[in-house]
Design a protein around this ligand. Structure first.
Ligand code: ADP
Ligand code: F6P
Length: 323
């Protein structure tokens, strides 16, 4: 089917770099003679028909901005057969015959359903968590890491001044990728992630007590938000059991904003280009991924069935380097 009009939307949690991906989709598509329709607020906007044609000028000045110029949303009604049918019908009513969906696994399930309903769809992995199993990299991860380490470095300054311990929670809904690389990059004593069980007494309390004996002056504990203890509870236990003055910090949504790093801008641009090339070839139900360091693509169902987890070697490196 020769396509004429490519829709693009962002869905799920936003991520720095999404604008670069949108820009690449728009400019690559228009360069190939396609029209592009920007759909606002993800699948919610698709169902409402909240969309407009995009030109190369519409995506000027956006690459350096965090967030998504198309806004994003979560849309539970799209998880129903009626929602999918309505979304596909809206595409047909608006003359959209192909769609690029920038988001995470949930968004790709919506893309797959639209593909089954006859709309060519390609997914681009965008989430700061880097927890999309079929891709080694997701747009926003590098920027979120740099935001986190900048914050932790500042916390380390005051920790060192006060001989304190700081417990710092980073994002990652159910994944410890941000936590592990932040811990290595900030020289943390300990990292706690949901994927790897830990013995709190041995891996936290004993690490601090032995640090005291070794003359350490302060302690940084990085925890992923998905573990089953709060930062406050961890801080209290450390204070109670070691006597070290301890404070907790939850970095929160600061990790979701900010100007994208060069890695995210370039990765997003390359992924946007690949998505348009796939649609030009008439491909559908594919997700653009990074595999063995290269940008490629795979069937969405195969991608959704894959599993990946935090690299134990990286996880263990935190402890190795914190002697
Ligand atoms: P992410 O894409 O980051 O994983 P969500 O899981 O919140 O974020 O999914 C984003 C949106 O994708 C949901 O709000 C919904 O509109 C759509 N979606 C999620 N799962 C499905 C599904 N199984 N079928 C159809 N649409 C889905
Ligand atoms: O999925 C990205 C993410 O930032 C997670 O790390 C975090 O747990 C979640 O989104 C927060 O979602 P919301 O922005 O809806 O509060």
């Amino acid at each position: 089917m020769a396509i004429k009009n490519i829709g693009v939307l962002t869905s799920g949690g936003d991520a720095p770099g999404m604008n670069a991906a949108i820009r690449a989709v728009v400019r690559c598509a228009i360069g190939k003679g396609f029209k592009v329709t920007g759909i606002r607020q993800g699948y919610r906007g698709l169902l409402k028909g909240d969309m407009e044609e995009l030109t190369p000028r519409n995506v000027s000045e956006c690459m350096q901005r965090g967030g998504t110029m198309l806004e994003t949303a979560r849309c539970p009604e799209f998880k129903t057969p009626e929602g999918i049918a309505a979304g596909a019908q809206m595409c047909r009513d608006k003359g959209i015959d192909a769609l690029v969906v920038i988001g995470g696994d949930g968004s790709f399930k919506g893309a797959r359903a639209l593909s089954e309903a006859g709309i060519l769809t390609i997914g681009i992995p965008g989430t700061i968590d880097n927890d999309i199993s079929c891709s080694e990299y997701t747009i926003g991860f590098d920027t979120a890491l740099n935001t986190a380490i900048e914050a932790v470095d500042k916390i380390r300054d005051t920790c060192a001044s006060h001989h304190r311990c700081s417990v710092i929670e980073v994002m990652g809904a159910h994944a410890g990728y941000i936590a592990v690389e932040t811990a290595i990059a900030t020289g943390a004593e300990v990292v706690l992630v949901p994927e790897i069980p830990f013995d709190f007494e041995k891996e936290v309390i004993d690490a601090i007590l032995s640090g005291e004996k070794k003359g350490k002056k302060h302690y940084i504990i990085i925890m992923a938000e998905g573990i089953d203890m709060s930062a406050g509870k961890i801080a209290k236990r450390i204070k109670d059991e070691t006597g070290i003055d301890t404070r907790e910090t939850v970095l929160g949504h600061i990790q979701r904003g900010g100007s994208p790093t060069v890695r995210d801008r370039v990765m997003a641009s390359r992924m946007g280009e690949r998505a348009v090339n796939l649609l030009e070839q008439g491909m559908t139900n594919r997700v653009v991924v990074v595999k063995d360091g290269e940008i490629t693509d795979m069937d969405i169902t195969d991608g959704l069935n894959m599993k990946k987890s935090v690299d134990p070697g990286l996880y263990n490196l935190v402890k190795t380097l914190s002697i």
